[in-house]
Structures are given as C-alpha cells and as structure tokens.
Design a protein around this ligand. Structure first.
Ligand code: FE2
Length: 370
C-alpha cells in the first residue's frame, strides 16, 4: 500500500450504505428466507464451488438494498464462532466511499481499530478497494470503493441470478441502521463516530421521550453530512422492568445492530406483500387509531387500511412518515426490520415510540423477559 498523508478532516457528504453483511448459521437457508419472505433476489455467490474455501456467501438485492448472508463451513472458524456467540446478526455495515484508503487512514488515526487495511481486489470484471475498521462489540464497518467495477457483486463473487424463488415486496433502499449499546456507552460511541467518520448528531431522545409505564431507553442519531448514513444509537435507561435494549444485549451477547430500517414508496402494498409472504409484524395497540387524524392531521392513506395492517403514522414540521416493525427475524429476540415510508418527514417516529414499545413489551412478556 502506498504511503498516505492522514487527512485532518473527512468529507463524508458522499457516504452511502453499500450493503449489510449478516453472519448466519446456514447462509443457503437464510438466503431462501430473505428471497421468499422479504423479497430479495440472489445476484452472486462465493464459496467452495467458486474456489473460496473459507465460507459461503450469497449476495442479495432488492432495488438499492443489498445484503450478504454468509456462513462458515468448518468447526471453530471465524463466522461459526461469531454465530455461536451472537446468533444470526449483522457483522458489517458496509459504507460506499469514494476513497477507501483515505477514509480508513483518517478513521484509524482517530482511534478506530484497524481490522483490514485497504486492499485492491481484482477479477475479470475490474477492481474494487475494501478496508475494515471495528465499530462496537463485534460489529465492523467495511469501506467499499467500487470504482468502475462492473461485475455482479464484488471481485471474487460469481453471478448467481434467481437461485431461489423471490416474492418482491417493494423495498427500495436502506434508510437507517440502529445500534444497541450497553449502559452509559451511547455518548462514547457518538464521540467515536464524530472523530473517526465525521458524523454529527442529528437528534436525541432521552428517557422521558422514550418510556412506557415499565421501561425506558435513550437514543441519539448520528448522520453523515449528505444524509446518506444515519446511525441511531440506543442505550438502556432505568425503568421498573427490564427494557428491550437489555433483553437484546443479553441475547446478542453485547452491543450490535438492533434493526435495519428499509424504505418503500408504497407501505400499504409492501405490508400486504410481507404479510402474504408470512412475515410476522408487530401489532399496534387497538386504541392507536382512535384519534389518529387528530394527532397527525390529513394524510393520503386510508386510516382503515392502516388499522387493518397495523401501520403507524407520525408527523413533524417537514411532513409525515409511516412505519411498521417486524418481529425478530431469528429465534433470538435480536435483529428485526423496520419498514418506513417518508412523506416529507426526516425524523424517526417519536410520536410512535410509546405505542411501539408497549407492543414490544407485550412480545417480551410472552418470552418471559419483561
Ligand atoms: Fe428505526
């Protein structure tokens, strides 16, 4: 690697989510689920059949949303150990950048753990540069500089279209990715993101904003200057009972990604399709829709449809947004998805926190963890 002057500041205005890499117990079956239930399509594969003996990875795509699901193949390999500890979950939040070496150098000079120095990977379809830093717990960020690479995924993968039946649901792009961290760790992680990637706080919620009769949490959203990367960070706060964040930390074995919010242009059609595909979604409390118009004003959607599908609505100065949350996508009560449609609003559904958390507590109680 050529020597590089460490940049004092970082221009993150072009940062975007590139993809999320999930480490799972059985990538073949996980890929089948993400295609059949959540509407992804397979695009590429890397594994023993392609000359890669360490793991099996399926690259999946739905519009601009890209996921990789990967599994280890042998006892005691890296992915297998990660899955034994955490269960299925997000290992890497990959960020698309213009200059991976420069972003990596700045992050490491400012305290990020260097996990993989910038490396140019090449195959017959061109080259891409990748570099990886540690973030929190065992979660990492990979910087992906695709340059003019024109293969199906990234160097080393072979195209694998339509490997499993796909039932598209209209998901368009990753909106935000939320981390859960331990008691008192939110401020430290926000400082880390400010120093290493130049992210700035967008909005904070304290335990008065996010509490129910029983539990509470705190949250702050860090974002890149162009808005392409939004990373809310949650930590537990004191309540009468054990919060959903503590339940997550217990089952995941430490900090990690709690949920991935994915945008749609038509949430009613998306939720209809997800329900038809058998995806389990959280139910809104029955009283939620009683005075919805009074709380959020005029909206384009039919409130009876929203009630039937349990879709939540919130308004801020800039417009409104609609959202719904899946139940956990694996046996452990850890990772789940949010489906979000923004109609002007740039916020995170503060007005829905209470209804949402009452619904989550109901699920926690069923698991014996409240
Ligand atoms: Fe969210």
């Amino acid at each position: 690697m050529q020597s590089l002057t460490i940049p004092d500041t970082i221009d993150n205005s072009s940062f975007r989510f590139d993809h999320l890499e999930l480490w799972v117990g059985n990538a073949r079956q996980a890929a089948y689920y993400y295609c059949g239930a959540l509407g992804f399509e397979t695009v590429a594969y890397r594994g023993p059949e392609t000359g890669w003996s360490e793991s099996s990875s399926y690259a999946l795509r739905q519009n601009e949303v890209r996921l990789v699901v990967a599994s280890g193949l042998r006892p005691d390999d890296t992915i297998g150990k990660h899955v034994a500890r955490h269960g299925d979950g997000v290992r890497a939040v990959a960020i698309a950048v213009d200059d991976a070496a420069r972003v990596y150098a700045h992050a490491v000079a400012n305290g990020a753990e260097p996990l993989a120095a910038p490396a140019v990977e090449t195959d017959a379809d061109g080259s891409a540069t990748l570099a990886t830093i540690g973030a929190y717990g065992d979660t990492v960020h990979t910087f992906v500089q695709r340059g003019d690479y024109h293969g199906a995924w990234l160097p080393g993968f072979v195209a694998l279209p339509d490997a499993f039946p796909s039932r598209p649901v209209g998901l368009t792009r990753i909106d935000h990715c939320v981390a859960n961290v331990g008691w008192g760790e939110m401020d430290d992680l926000c400082g880390f993101y400010e120093r290493t990637l130049g992210l700035q706080p967008l909005i904070s919620f304290d335990d008065h904003d996010i509490s129910t009769e029983f539990t509470a949490l705190k949250s702050r959203v860090m974002q890149s200057s162009g808005g392409g990367i939004k990373l809310p960070i949650n930590e537990p706060a004191h309540g009468k009972k054990r919060s959903q964040i503590e339940e997550y930390l217990d089952y995941y074995g430490g900090p990690g990604i709690q949920h991935i919010a994915i945008a749609t242009d038509d949430i009613v059609a998306t939720v209809e399709a997800l329900r038809a595909n058998g995806v389990e979604l959280l139910e809104a409390p029955a009283s939620y829709y009683d005075d919805l118009a009074g709380r959020v004003g005029a909206i384009r959607e039919d409130v009876d449809e929203l009630r039937r599908l349990s879709i939540l609505v919130d308004r801020d100065d800039a417009g409104y947004m609609l959202q719904i949350f899946t139940k956990p996508l694996q046996d452990r009560p850890t990772l789940f998805f949010e489906i979000i449609q923004r109609r002007g609003s740039l916020s995170f559904g503060k007005g829905n926190f209470k209804a949402l958390f009452v619904s989550i507590e109901h699920e926690q109680a069923k698991r014996g963890n409240l």
